[in-house]
Design a protein around this ligand. Structure first.
Ligand code: FES
Ligand code: FE2
Length: 388
């Protein structure tokens, strides 16, 4: 299927993908059909084989260094476009251990830079916000939204240095389908994310949070990609609303989509597709290889960048977006939705930390069942990129 930014035309026969894009994944009617078939048969999607990964891949600092290298030479999803909606709005955070700054210019173009002053390296921005320019907190060099150095106090002291060449160092950047992608090193390979489902223009940022977790980043990615743990881990949160070990799993290149139905999906059997509210019937998790996911929930979507800090420590950088009410406010239903998901995510984080602690127990490998096939696909992709 070809990819385009144009939303799908829809009528009685077809419904648009919740990302608002044409995606390589099956359309909503085929998706709901597949889920209902699994419900009726008591089955789930199975990959071609079980997976097996050495525990050293989660604990070895050398492996971590190789993965960070990979993340720097791979296009990665950095933040939603909604987080940099206005000219001057910016997001500053580390990506693969390198401080980056993403900012929308006065010309409407989103750019990425290394977040390091060209005087002595100080980070010139923190967190997110909106600025006319960036003033280095150390000695006051001033940078424009396009990264150019516009002022250096007492410039006469920098004899022989052409300050015009001391602009912020640019990083390859692409805004596409409601997401901002960056690639720090190497020839840009944004074609690898051309088909990635994104977010829609009408979504705004509801909240951002950064959560440190004592676990390898891959364990955190894995937690989003299988439904085998729903009954045991989410016994009183997600399980009463959903099903255990029942997912539809699809891949597009190295990326995956995993779909989890709610029990409410049953009501779609008797509802014409034009009246479907897919968000009430299922949760779609889009993994953007390697380290980002979009969880499309009932009343909001969460963009999660899973940022490795060390082999045993990860930051979840989460941006929650939703479509506002006509008067610009955020409906209570969105806040309730966020709260509902929050409790389940706490359970996921506790499990990720328990996995990591257990891995110090000198076990040899972990195995993934055929219904955990998105995990196998993820590790196959990493192995192919790393050559190991
Ligand atoms: S380090 Fe930025 S002005 Fe000195
Ligand atoms: Fe979970």
């Amino acid at each position: 299927m070809t990819q385009t930014d144009t939303p799908i035309e829809f009528g009685a026969e077809t419904l648009p993908d919740p990302s608002g894009r044409v995606t390589p994944y099956r359309d909503p009617i085929a998706l709901v059909g597949a889920l209902l078939e699994h419900i009726d048969a008591g089955t789930t999607d199975l990959g071609p084989r079980v997976g097996r990964v050495p525990v050293a891949h989660y604990t070895d600092p050398a492996r971590m260094a190789a993965e960070l290298d990979l993340l720097r030479r791979t296009p990665v999803a950095f933040c939603p476009s909604a987080a940099v909606r206005e000219a001057g709005s910016y997001v500053a955070r580390e990506s693969a251990g390198v401080p980056l700054l993403v900012v929308r210019g006065k010309d409407g173009v989103v750019r990425a830079f290394r977040n390091a002053c060209r005087h002595r390296g100080t980070a010139i921005a923190e967190g997110s916000g909106c600025a006319h320019s960036f003033v280095c907190p150390f000695h006051g060099w001033v940078y424009g939204l396009d990264g150019s150095l516009s002022h250096a106090p007492d410039a006469y002291g920098f004899e022989g240095i052409d300050l015009a060449t001391r602009a912020l160092t640019p990083v390859a950047c692409l805004e596409q389908g409601g997401l901002v992608f960056v690639q720090q090193e190497g020839e840009p390979r944004f074609d690898l994310v051309a088909d990635v489902p994104g977010l829609t223009d009408d979504q705004v940022v509801v909240e951002r949070e950064r959560i440190p977790v004592e676990g390898n980043w891959k364990v955190l990615v894995e937690g989003f990609l299988e439904g085998y743990h729903i009954r045991q881990t989410h016994r009183s949160t997600f399980f009463p609303m959903g099903y255990d070990n029942l997912t539809v799993v699809e891949h597009a290149g190295r990326h995956s989509r995993v779909v989890f139905p709610f029990r409410r999906i049953e009501s779609l059997r008797d509802t014409p597709p034009v009246e479907w509210h897919l968000g009430r019937a299922l949760t779609i998790v889009d993994q953007i290889f390697p380290n980002a996911v979009i969880a499309r929930l009932t009343a909001h979507s969460a963009f999660v960048a899973i940022e490795p800090v060390s082999q045993t420590r990860t930051i979840l950088d989460i941006t929650k977006v939703a479509i506002p009410e006509p008067d610009g406010t955020i409906a209570d239903a969105v806040h309730r939705d966020i709260e509902f998901v929050e409790n389940g995510l706490l359970e996921d984080r506790a499990m990720a930390e328990a996995v990591q602690r257990g891995m110090q127990g000198r076990i040899e490998d972990v195995v993934f069942g055929r219904f955990e096939s998105a995990l196998t696909h993820f590790h196959d992709g990493l192995a192919a990129e790393l050559g190991s």
